[in-house]
Design a protein around this ligand. Structure first.
Ligand SMILES: Cc1cc2nc3c(=O)[nH]c(=O)nc-3n(C[C@H](O)[C@H](O)[C@H](O)COP(=O)(O)OP(=O)(O)OC[C@H]3O[C@@H](n4cnc5c(N)ncnc54)[C@H](O)[C@@H]3O)c2cc1C
Length: 414
């Protein structure tokens, strides 16, 4: 099996367009199709760049297609399709992605918080403990590992998917409320027809030896796992091995999460309160003779287009970050990318900030975003004359919600 090399830095995710381009150049669709299910398979690791707008799906596919034949029937196109499906569903469901779309398969009461043994990677189920450590250490996890963790948390430990989704979202560099929360719901069977469960054989097939789960709670038949998902309370962490064969389970501290940018992530970026921010923008626009202001937000970190506004400013919506805090790694990634576009950033209220610009006779120009708070702010600003650029899509965004990916794909890939 091949594995894409890490390209730079500790985790291989440099927040630059060059790093995104290098990842694109390394994509090997043939190897991807053969190996994508394996933890060391040739997956693209493009997701942090796609989530934060350093790349978009049509641009990524077009770049890959300059070197490879990737028809719509190709596995890689299909997976990009999943991304667009979740965005389609998120647009329709709005904040509905944060609550059960359908009732869960178990009638008991799911816990509302993540147990310490999971957060500290000491459940005794090796695949889960390794995945948690990897997520905390790198900010990224292979799709299969995400599915195993979500399945274990929800179906075996009986934690409500929302608690798990919020935790994972905070640590992922690609954390996206549409893809993440709906994937958790897909695993949980609140956005799919049946619970997703995995067994020790599945782990043995796709993960390295250290992740193997023989002898643990997942070492049983799919029928038995499905019955646990639907009918049993929290199975708890694995019992300690009385003969000590499995060794101690060292706890790891989960990294802190932050509702506002940590100082080291901000380094080199000026912060400004609203009046100072506004005064500076008004002066810059007057100097350039252009009333347009490019708003650079965390989901629009791509290279500026030619002919765009001369004045570019950074804006963070504080209420979103209070609700969905990020790890310092995520902050460093986002602000690192922002720093290549702007010298300063305002952490405030997106709606108030956009209104203030419009009140001053300026024209905000910004990319659409569906995250809570931003979505409402952008819609309101658009009604007042702001220029909103849609997120480019490869496939259509049907007017009516498609309740399943299959339905969506049948419509858009024809
Ligand atoms: C529980 C869970 C949580 C997830 N949370 C997120 C998230 O917060 N953000 C996120 O971008 N993806 C999320 N995914 C989807 C998927 O795991 C990641 O997009 C993928 O692992 C990213 O790695 P990659 O770029 O190497 O993907 P590749 O396999 O190389 O795929 C290329 C691109 O296609 C898209 N893609 C691939 N698989 C999926 C999928 N199943 N769903 C949606 N898009 C997909 C991604 O944009 C990805 O970058 C989640 C999946 C699960 C099961």
């Amino acid at each position: 099996m091949s594995q894409l090399p890490l390209l730079a830095g500790e985790t291989g995710f440099e927040p630059t367009p060059e790093a995104a381009r290098a990842r694109l150049e390394a994509v090997d669709p043939g190897a991807y199709a053969r190996t994508r299910n394996a933890l060391d398979g040739a997956v693209t690791r493009l997701s942090p760049y796609l989530t934060h707008g350093l790349l978009d799906v049509p641009e990524a596919l077009a770049a890959i297609r300059t070197r490879h034949h990737v028809p719509v029937s190709h596995k890689l196109a299909f997976e990009f399709g999943w991304r667009e499906y979740f965005r389609h569903a998120w647009r329709h469901l709005g904040e509905g992605v944060l609550a059960d779309v359908r009732p869960p398969p178990w009638s008991g009461r799911y816990a509302s918080a993540m147990p310490a043994d999971i957060l500290e990677a000491r459940t005794g189920v090796p695949a889960i403990d390794h995945a948690v450590r990897e997520l905390h250490a790198t900010g990224w996890l292979h799709n299969h590992a995400r599915m195993w963790v979500a399945s274990y948390v929800v179906h075996l430990r009986k934690v409500h998917w929302r608690a798990g989704a919020d935790w994972m979202h905070a640590h992922l560099l690609d954390g996206d409320l549409g893809a993440n929360h709906l994937s958790w719901q897909w695993v949980a069977a609140t956005f799919s027809a049946k619970p997703y469960v995995f067994d020790a054989g599945n782990v043995a097939r796709y993960a390295p030896r250290a992740w193997q789960c023989g002898g643990t709670v997942v070492d049983r038949s799919y029928e038995a796992l499905d019955a646990l998902a639907r009918g049993a309370p929290d199975v708890g962490p694995e019992p300690a091995d009385p003969r000590g064969r499995s060794g101690p389970r060292p706890a790891t501290e989960p990294p802190a999460v932050h509702a506002s940018p940590p100082a080291d992530a901000l380094a080199g970026l000026r912060t400004a309160d609203e009046p100072a921010w506004l005064a500076e923008i008004v002066a810059a626009c007057a100097a350039s003779g252009d009333a347009r202001v490019r708003i650079v937000h965390p989901w629009s970190l791509g290279a500026p287009r030619e002919g765009g506004p001369a004045t570019r400013v950074g804006l963070l919506h504080a209420p979103y970050h209070s609700r969905f805090p990020w790890s310092s790694r995520r902050w460093a990634f986002v602000l690192g990318a922002m720093r290549t576009h702007v010298e300063g950033v305002h952490l405030g209220d997106a709606r108030r900030a956009l209104d203030a610009l419009l009140d001053a006779g300026l024209v905000p120009v910004l990319r659409d975003a569906l995250v809570p708070g931003w979505r409402e702010a952008i819609e309101a600003a658009a009604r007042r004359g702001a220029v909103v650029e849609p997120v480019p899509r490869e496939w259509d965004d049907p007017d009516r919600l498609c309740g399943s990916f299959t339905r969506f794909w049948n419509i858009v890939s024809r």
